[in-house]
Design a protein around this ligand. Sequence first.
Ligand code: BG6
Length: 504
Amino acid sequence: MSEPIQPLAAQPCTLVIFGGSGDLAKRKLVPAVYNLLLDGVLPPNYAILATGRKPLSDTEFREIAREGVIKYSRQEIKDSVWANFEQRLFYVAGAIDDPKAYSDIRTRLEKIEADLKLPANRIFYLAIPPTSIAGAVEGLRKAGLVQPPAGNAPFSRLIVEKPIGNDLESARQINAAVARVFDESQIFRIDHYLGKETVQNLLVLRFANSIFEPIWNHKYIDHVQITVSEAEGVGTRATYYEEAGALRDMVQNHILQLMCLVAMEPPYSLDPDVVRNVRMDVLRCLRPIAGKDVEKYTVRAQYSVGKAHGVDVPGYRREPGIKPDSTTETYVALKLFVENWRWSGVPFYLRTGKALTKRASEIAVFFKPIPQILFNANPDAPLEANVLIMKIQPEEGLTLRVVSKVPGSKAKTHPVEMNFRYGEAFGAPSPEAYERLLLDVMAGDASLFMRRDAVEASWAWITAILDGWKTHGSKWLPEYQAGSWGPVEANRLIESDGRCWRTV
Ligand code: BG6
């Protein structure tokens, strides 16, 4: 196996989690740090200080953290490892809007650092609603908790969770508030899809193999389909989701980033900003979908009552916490174009939704059909085109569909699949996205994070669609049955071009 080009080393530090008594800390963040420890990649000295409104003692927080690890960790809990790990978990109660909370955090941090002999390297993780971000960074500044970046001096870094805003204007305001306190080089905006192994492999696939790049353009590619399908409904996140909807929740961030990785030009190095520049270029080239075009290029819908995996699912409007006349979309499909030389005329079809048939995310690159001669001579039964499918989750791998001869005397053909599966090839299950991302922040590597310009460019593109929906969108919101593959309108979006969605 070839080794990476000198990865940056993770530095000893304290991870301060705002929203520390919440779901993300329990399900993702603490288990991620624990797994880094088990994998032997965590710096030898570290601590986690969680903070939240709930009054919890260190012991109570450790108990919650342990439950989280037992339930959600990729690797099983080992009592001997846990005993040491939990000694490095701390909790301090405080409200984000209370200035005293920040002086309490500071006092607690200084004590932890003195006791554990930790340098004052601090990572502030904001797992809080977007409306609280400005107040939190200001609180940190006023408490003297933020040091400007300076050579080998202890670092202050900030991790911001999505959603960064609700539209372009609010995203700009949040970014401006954060920039008043932190330098861009200290800010790590998370899009957890970029931390997924299978997503990182897109770059390796494209740029570590010689066979793909020559055909990765409009001359050979007919179209691209990106599917991020979820089986779960809205669950317990009604308040957030009602205001967000599928376009903001999934497309603005995760799916546009997948697009960027598929469509970007080769970066000249793996330097974080070089890679982020080429991702950004894709966003710059997206043809806007605005005004009346929303009807032609977008489909939104909401799930109605149905059954998923044998379980009854109420319609979205009947879910707890959802307005009975809600017009929030739980499904969206889009057709879009990247207006540059490479992708001229190649449609990208995107679709995502909740309460669909199954959880499955993939990117499928459809190559152009072969000429209608030889094996493809019969216009009534054209050969299926080659498709390269990058499977993101839950299956992780790569499939190439090619046409093969059926054994026998006749020249009969049939599509077959060549498969690569991560699990089979590498044995171990892939690390969770948050593991990789937290480790990168500890090392100061921003490659897999969203830069300010990219967040604002994708919000600008999304906001035009949202505005178009408001002014030109149909008042009628199509429905799809929970447990189905989505609304018929989404089929029409692609079928009117003579193509169809892949069966995932
Ligand atoms: C989050 C969205 O960002 O991503 C959720 O807010 C969604 O609505 C989740 O369910 C999907 O993440 P994953 O990693 O489970 O595909």
